[in-house]
Design a protein around this ligand. Structure first.
Ligand SMILES: [Zn+2]
Length: 264
C-alpha cells in the first residue's frame, strides 16, 4: 500500500478513539493524545524503511529512517552471528528483504521500543521532566501505527506473515498497491479511508448537536466496537475480486473535480 494511504487509514482508525480525550478539557489528556497521534503517524510509515527504495518515511521523517536502517541491519546481523535460526528452530532465515523482520510483530516491537528509548533519552536531556510519559505515549503510538501498517499490508496480494520468522500465518488480500489493470484504480483503499474518517465526522457532528457527549468515557466501548466491525469489513472486502473495485482513473479524476467544484 502507498505511504499516504497508510497514513490516512491509520490516523482515521486511531483518531475516533482520541477525539473524546482531545475534548476532555484536561490539558494533560490533550497533550498525551497529540503525542500519541504524532507517534501513530510516524509508526504508520516506519515498517517501509525496509523497502530498499526511498519510502515516504525517508522524505517526511528522515531521523526515524536513519534509525531504522542500522537497526534492521543489526537485527539481521544478530540473527546471523548467533545462528538464531538454528538455535531457536526458526522456520525462516532473517534477512534484509522487504516485508521481512520489520514487517512482523517482533520487528515492530523492537523498533518501537528503540525509537521510544531514543526519544526518552532526548526528553531527559532537553525537558528533564515528563520523560516517562513521553516514552509511554511514543512507544504505544509507534506500536499502534506499525500494527495498522501491517493490517493494511495484509489487505494486499503480497500480504503479511504474522508469525515471521517463527512460523507461517499469512494474511493477504487481493489489492495491488500499484493497480491490477492499466488505467484502472482499486478504490478499496479510498473506501476504507473515507469510511473510517466518517466515524470522526459523525462523532464531531453528534457532539455539536448534543447527540453524543464526548466527555463521557462510556462512548469509548461503542467507538471501539464500530472500529472493529469496520476493520472486519475492510479485510473482508480486500479478499474479494469484483470488477467494481477497479474503476477508471480518468473517471475518478473527473468525479474528484466535480466534488471540488461543489466544495467551492
Ligand atoms: Zn509495508
Amino acid at each position: 500500500m502507498l505511504g499516504k494511504q497508510h497514513v490516512s487509514i491509520t490516523l482515521a482508525t486511531v483518531f475516533p478513539l482520541l477525539v473524546p480525550m482531545l475534548f476532555n478539557g484536561d490539558g494533560n489528556y490533550q497533550l498525551y493524545s497529540i503525542s500519541i497521534l504524532i507517534a501513530v503517524l510516524i509508526g504508520s510509515l516506519t515498517p517501509d524503511a525496509d523497502c530498499g527504495g526511498k519510502s515516504k518515511l525517508y522524505y517526511d521523517f528522515r531521523f526515524v529512517y536513519e534509525i531504522m536502517i542500522p537497526l534492521q541491519k543489526s537485527v539481521v546481523w544478530i540473527f546471523d552471528r548467533f545462528n538464531l535460526k538454528h538455535k531457536l528452530n526458526l522456520e525462516y532465515e532473517v534477512g534484509n528483504e522487504h516485508r521481512g523482520i520489520m514487517h512482523a510483530p517482533i520487528g515492530i516491537l523492537i523498533s518501537s521500543l528503540l525509537i521510544a528509548l531514543i526519544v526518552f533519552i532526548l526528553a531527559i536531556i532537553i525537558l528533564k521532566e515528563s520523560a516517562v510519559v513521553i516514552f509511554v505515549t511514543v512507544f504505544v503510538g509507534l506500536l499502534i501505527g506499525q500494527f495498522f501498517h501491517l493490517m493494511e499490508d495484509s489487505c494486499t496480494v503480497a500480504g503479511i506473515n504474522w508469525k515471521f520468522p517463527f512460523g507461517t500465518k499469512e494474511l493477504k488480500g487481493k489489492i495491488y498497491t500499484f493497480g491490477k489493470f492499466k488505467g484502472k484504480k482499486d478504490i478499496r483503499p479510498a473506501i476504507s479511508e473515507y469510511s473510517l474518517w466518517s466515524i470522526t465526522f459523525f462523532l464531531l457532528v453528534g457532539d455539536a448537536f448534543d447527540y453524543i457527549d464526548l466527555t463521557q468515557l462510556s462512548v469509548y466501548p461503542l467507538i471501539l466496537l464500530v472500529l472493529v466491525l469496520m476493520w472486519i469489513l475492510i479485510i473482508s472486502i480486500a479478499k474479494t475480486d469484483f470488477q467494481f473495485w477497479y474503476q477508471d482513473i480518468e473517471k475518478i479524476r473527473k468525479m474528484k473535480k466535480i466534488a471540488r467544484n461543489i466544495g467551492k
